[in-house]
Design a protein around this ligand. Sequence first.
Ligand code: ADQ
Length: 458
Amino acid sequence: MSGDNSFVVVANRLPVDLHGTTWTPSPGGLVAALSPVLERQQGCWVGWPGMPDEAPEPFRTDAGLLLHPVRLSQADFEGFYEGFSNASLWPLYHDLIVTPEYHRQWWAAYRDVNLRFAQEVAEVAAEGATVWVQDYQLQLVPGILRQLRPDLRIGFFLHIPFPCPDLFRQLPWRDEIIRGLLGADLIGFHLESSARNFLDLCSGTGQPATRRIDAHVTTGDGRRVGVGAFPISIDMNSLGEGEDGGVDKLRRELGDPTTVILGVDRLDYTKGILQRLLAFEELLEAGALEGAVLLQIATPSRERIDQYQVARSRVEEAVGRINGRFGSMGHPVVHYLHQSLPKNELRTYYEAADVMLVTPFKDGMNLVAKEYVACHPEGDGALVLSEFAGAAVELHQANLCNPFDLESIKRALLTAVQGLETTPELMAERMTAMHAQVRDHDVDRWASNFLSALEKSR
Ligand code: ADQ
């Protein structure tokens, strides 16, 4: 049986989450990037509504997007999502920043849930439809869909890094994952390095692959699977309009600091939030950042997973300690929010920040870095960016740092602060170059590059 949707996106989460009876935008980079694209295509989005044991009837959003909720039980949520996706694959694909755990019952849940997602898509997709499968939670979907619906054109995009073959080979179910991915007609990664890791892995597992990027793998049954790099980006309009006078008001509320330093992340151990707090603390200790404040906005994320609880308590302990040491009554030096904020409010923070600190140990892309740059068309401000964020390939004019090396973060932060003071023209030149890169390579361009490569791939 087939439905009547000619363009279907399938992702673990729907772009909105159900809370009781109300819907709110769901967090994270994938939704931020894909929602505007799908709305423009009036497509169908298959995904989980963010609440165990709930599956409301399919409905259309105000923007015309058809949402098709998939039900996950509490046990699915624990085994498939918190377990295999976020405690096995997430740390493995981020180069073992914490140790991945492998459990057979998590894998069984992952397989079951992938089967269910594939079955839902098979039901709603029209004959010959294009299906775009998103991310590490659904790597088996392309392979299952290929069997259920050979008429479909199937693309897969991975939003996180793909690790080097030696790390990937730890995974007890590595062959199943590769077979699942190879069900697609095109597999996209953010960076050439991830695409190359995947191609190397395929040649090591007997799947013939060329080493060129925008290359292909030939599967056992003779199908050619395209493999390429498609760096994701942002919708320049997604942050909305800033409030008039909002920046001045915010800076006043902060006590008119000399320098506003900003971090915005999901609270995730990959993002290096603690490291940036420690770098800030050591610079204050050395008297190097007189009158500066650090704002850290951290969206709650995966809160029941042990490693996330550890990361949060370390961050919050450091915030308390730094304020205890360097703040005064009514004037903390670190302002910390553990909240999700509306996009236009984020815009005010981005605009107000003299320096943006983006210090992940590993990140597929990092849209926050691009959002900051998008908010500085006049070239003011500075971006301190980890070398290990995918965004560093395009935003190479940033003040790059190695987040594993506190001295490197300190150096980059200090160079940025001093550069704004002593060489503002040079800093502006670098920021405007980065702004032009993000403006000219937006999320629409990413989606249309991927979809036209997918079109050509069969
Ligand atoms: P994430 O790990 O979620 O994304 P990122 O790319 O930075 O990371 O995207 C985060 C998004 O959430 C941004 O759009 C940001 O504005 C938003 N956000 C963060 N904190 C917020 C807050 N407190 N309130 C409101 N919004 C907030 C994953 C990968 C990345 C990859 C993206 C897209 O890990 O490497 O760039 O997918 O592919």
